[in-house]
Structures are given as structure tokens and as C-alpha cells.
Ligand binder design. Structure first.
Ligand SMILES: O=C(O)[C@@H](O)[C@H](O)[C@H](O)C(=O)CO
Length: 475
């Protein structure tokens, strides 16, 4: 019986162990999609205690604690509840997460970042609390220290077009030699024309650009201006949460009228919303292609399902799940429209519904080309699929229908600064998958060749694909 989480954790063959320890382990990290707070990075924030560092903001943990019957006050905080009490509630939950990646992630985080080997449970909680808080006081244990110590070379935050990007600009001006913090252009609020926040957001965009926005043309001009600004501070990635994939054609006049209808606060029909989203996504895709950016679509999330708790806690608090919208037809129509204009950017497609994995693994093959290896990517197993089983399925299907060797690999997609061990987890799963093929005689035991593929998936493919740091006009 293997010891729990030893050096060969998840590596069930000699080839897997060789691939991980000699090729994957020390590769740098490009975290091209996450939700880390840019100000906390710029400020080089130091965490006050383990609860702030490990539980705050992490809705994965919150979700598990709720399922474990923990009272909300001990999850997201409440009157008179101490930070230690919330930490203790988490240590009571971890033993119940067996089978959930949280069990592995949590132990990896304590071992790799804090040097704590304890099994997490309420019995060991006092020792863990004391040892971890002592570690948090050490000089290197700040947000920038964590990012640097985990080998991260690029971290892409997720940013609204109307954001000033002041912390990205300041960090670039003051210089952080160990890694780049770059913005990702996340224009969800520009597309969500039916949300009550739309008109206020257009006002924010207008104020940020210092220009009036009283037509769809001016709206697009403002978005173009922000894309250009993101590019000027190193941004090379966009990201879209498409909870459903829109495709409904409309004339320019129709789209302009829909925009004005929304701007005047009048209700927009579902069909009109889809026409507006289609037109605006196509316009943004053209902008991204001109600048050589990467466009990401995060598809089929079912967000904020619990109305009562949304009112209490807001979004991204663990009350989301998986949607089941049909994606093949609208997604092909969207990508094909841009491809016909030779304006399809490098694109990464993720769906939260694993039912879509085969569709995405096959679909990306319809739009590869232009001499760009892996131009269209089937994205890393996302959110509820970010598990050992989910990663194996995503990489197996990509390998079955596309080129696993051209995969740009893992991202953390996290709000926690302690999540970079997710890359280790992914790399171990990757090496074990390939090692298994060798063990079964399904791949030659050519370690330099296989090791090269592993290094590419861990780092070099992403470096070549995103081209951060290159001033680029055109795809
Ligand atoms: O980018 C998204 O919309 C999702 O990843 C979402 O932010 C979610 O809360 C998350 O972080 C999943 O890891």
C-alpha cells in the first residue's frame, strides 16, 4: 500500500514518476486565467491568519462546508464568530471531503506552502493553526512571495473593461522582476444587456473613456479603446462567461436599436438579447484577432442558483452549478462567422457541462489552421470538472480527437493565493496518464520524447500560444 501523498503521489508507474520528477515538476507556471485580486498582488499583502489566507474568498471550501452542515456564520463569517472558529469548521469538514479534490488540494497546500505534514482534522487543528500562522509571519509569505515561490512567471487576473488597471500599471512601472501581472479583458457586463446593471455599467465605461456613449457605434468605440488600453499594459487575453452560447443574426440597424432600447431602460426580449450578444461578440472577436489576442469562452455555467443566498452574499459564493444549454450549433456559427472573415483569434473553449467534452474536442478541429499550432484549444477541465477524473477525461478526449501535445495546459481559475499546487496536481495526473500508456505498451518508452511533450503542456505551449510581452499588431 502506498503511503498517503508521498513523492510519487498519483504516479502509478516508473515512467510516470520519471516524467513528473525529471520533466514536469520544475517547469515554470503561466497562470493565464485566475481571479486573484490585483491590488493584493501590488500591495504585496501579508495575510493576518490562516483563515484569511485559506478560507476567505474560496467558494469551493464554502460549498463543502455547507454540505457538511456547517452554519453559514462559520463559513463566510458572522456576528461574534472568530477566525479560528471558521478554521476549525474547515478542519471538521476536510475529513468529509474524501473523494473531492479539496481533500488533496488542502493537504498539498499545507505541505508545499507551509511545510505542515499533518492530516487535516479538528484534532490537529490547534497545531496546524499555530504552525501555519507562524509561517505566515515569515518574510517571503506575502502575495508576491507566494506567486514567485510557486514558479509563476505570468499571472493573468480577470478584469472589467472599465477598470483602471491602476495596480497593473503601477506594478509594471515599479517593476516586479519575478513575474508579470497582466490583465484579462472580461467584458461580461458589456454583453449582459438584460441585467439591471447594464445601463449603470455603460455609464462607468463612458466615464472611464471620458466620452459620451449614446449609440451602439460609440459603445463599440469605447470597448475598442479599452481593448487597446489593456493591450498597452500587456493584456493579451480576453475571457467571456457564456452561460448560454448566443447566435442570432441581425442587421446593424436592429442591433443599434436594441442597444438604444436597453440604454433607455426598456425591456429587451430574449431574441433581441441574443442578437445583441452575437453582434457584440463578433465585434470583440475581430478586435482580439487584430491584436493577436487569445479569446476564451467559459460556457454553460449555471450561476447564482440560490436567490436567497445571492441576496445575502452576492455572486461567486458557491451557489453555482452546471447548465445544459446546447452549444454545438451556435458555437460553430459564431466561430465560422469570424473564420470566414479571417478574424478568428486564438480561442480556448471550456464547457462546465462534461456532456460537451466530445463536442468541444471534435469542434476545435473544424477551425485549426493559419500555421498556428493548437490555434483552437479545448480548455483545461474547469471548476466542477477540475478533478482527477475530469482532467483525465478532458485530456483523453483531446488526445482522442485532437492533439494533446499542443494543449496549453492548466490554469488555477482561483481566488486563493494558495492554489498554485493545483498545477502540481494537474502535472501529476498528466504524467500518470502518459505513464499508463507506456506501461500498457500503448506508447514507446522514449522518455526524452515524452518528457518534451510533458514540458510543452506544462509551460512551453502556453508561452508560445499567449506570446505575453510581445507587442503584436495582428494575429
Ligand atoms: O471564470 C469564471 O466565471 C468561473 O471560473 C468562476 O469565476 C468561478 O467562480 C470560479 O472561479 C471557478 O473556479
Amino acid at each position: 500500500m502506498k503511503a498517503f501523498m508521498d513523492e510519487h503521489f498519483l504516479l502509478n508507474s516508473e515512467t510516470a514518476q520519471n516524467l513528473y520528477h525529471n520533466y514536469a515538476k520544475n517547469m515554470p507556471i503561466i497562470d493565464y486565467h485566475c481571479h486573484l485580486n490585483p491590488q493584493m498582488i501590488y500591495d504585496n499583502h501579508r495575510f493576518g491568519n490562516l483563515t484569511e489566507a485559506w478560507i476567505n474568498g474560496d467558494h469551493y471550501k464554502w460549498r463543502a462546508m455547507r454540505a457538511n452542515g456547517i452554519d453559514e456564520a462559520y463559513i463566510t463569517g458572522g456576528e461574534g464568530v472568530q477566525d479560528y472558529d471558521r478554521f476549525l469548521a474547515w478542519t471538521k469538514t476536510v475529513p468529509k471531503t474524501l473523494g473531492n479534490p479539496l481533500f488533496h488540494w488542502s493537504h498539498l497546500e499545507l505541505r508545499r506552502l507551509f511545510g505542515i505534514q499533518e492530516i487535516i482534522n479538528e484534532h490537529n487543528a490547534p497545531r496546524i493553526w499555530e504552525a501555519a500562522n507562524a509561517r505566515l509571519e515569515e518574510d517571503d509569505f506575502t502575495t508576491r512571495g507566494l506567486i514567485a515561490s510557486c514558479g509563476v512567471k505570468v499571472v493573468c487576473t480577470t478584469d472589467d473593461p472599465a477598470d483602471s488597471l491602476e495596480y497593473h500599471v503601477k506594478l509594471a512601472e515599479e517593476g516586479e522582476s519575478r513575474f508579470q501581472m497582466l490583465p484579462s479583458f472580461r467584458p461580461d457586463k458589456a454583453l449582459e444587456i438584460n441585467r439591471p446593471t447594464f445601463t449603470d455599467w455603460v455609464k462607468q465605461l463612458s466615464e472611464r473613456c471620458g466620452k459620451d456613449i449614446s449609440s451602439y457605434t460609440e459603445f463599440l468605440e469605447a470597448l475598442q479603446e479599452r481593448v487597446q488600453f489593456f493591450h498597452s499594459v500587456g493584456g493579451r487575453v480576453s475571457d467571456h462567461a457564456l452561460d448560454f452560447v448566443p447566435y442570432r443574426e441581425a442587421t446593424e440597424r436592429q442591433v443599434a436599436d436594441i442597444f438604444m432600447k436597453a440604454l433607455e431602460g426598456r425591456a429587451v426580449s430574449r431574441d433581441e438579447e441574443e442578437q445583441f450578444k452575437t453582434a457584440t461578440l463578433l465585434e470583440l472577436g475581430r478586435m482580439y484577432a487584430k491584436l493577436g489576442w487569445v479569446m476564451q469562452f467559459h460556457i454553460n455555467a449555471h450561476r447564482n442558483n440560490n436567490t436567497r443566498m445571492f441576496r445575502q452574499l452576492g455572486p461567486d459564493t458557491g451557489y453555482d452549478s452546471i447548465h445544459d444549454g446546447l452549444i454545438a450549433e451556435p458555437l460553430v456559427r459564431l466561430l465560422d462567422r469570424l473564420d470566414q472573415e479571417q478574424a478568428l483569434p486564438r480561442t480556448i473553449l471550456y464547457s462546465l457541462n462534461p456532456r460537451d467534452n466530445d463536442i468541444l474536442a471534435a469542434l476545435i478541429g473544424s477551425f485549426q489552421g493559419d500555421g498556428i499550432a493548437g490555434k483552437i484549444q479545448f480548455g483545461s477541465a474547469w471548476w466542477f470538472n477540475d478533478t482527477k477524473d475530469g482532467m483525465i477525461e478532458q485530456m483523453s478526449k483531446l488526445g482522442n480527437m485532437g492533439l494533446l501535445s499542443r494543449f496549453v495546459g492548466m490554469l488555477t481559475d482561483s481566488r486563493s493565493f494558495l492554489s498554485y499546487t493545483r498545477h502540481e496536481y494537474f502535472r501529476r495526473v498528466l504524467c500518470d496518464l502518459i505513464g499508463d500508456w507506456v506501461t500498457k505498451g500503448e506508447a514507446p518508452a522514449d522518455l526524452p520524447w515524452l518528457g518534451g511533450i510533458v514540458e510543452d503542456i506544462c509551460y512551453y505551449n502556453a508561452e508560445a500560444y499567449f506570446r505575453f510581452g510581445q507587442t503584436k499588431e495582428g494575429a
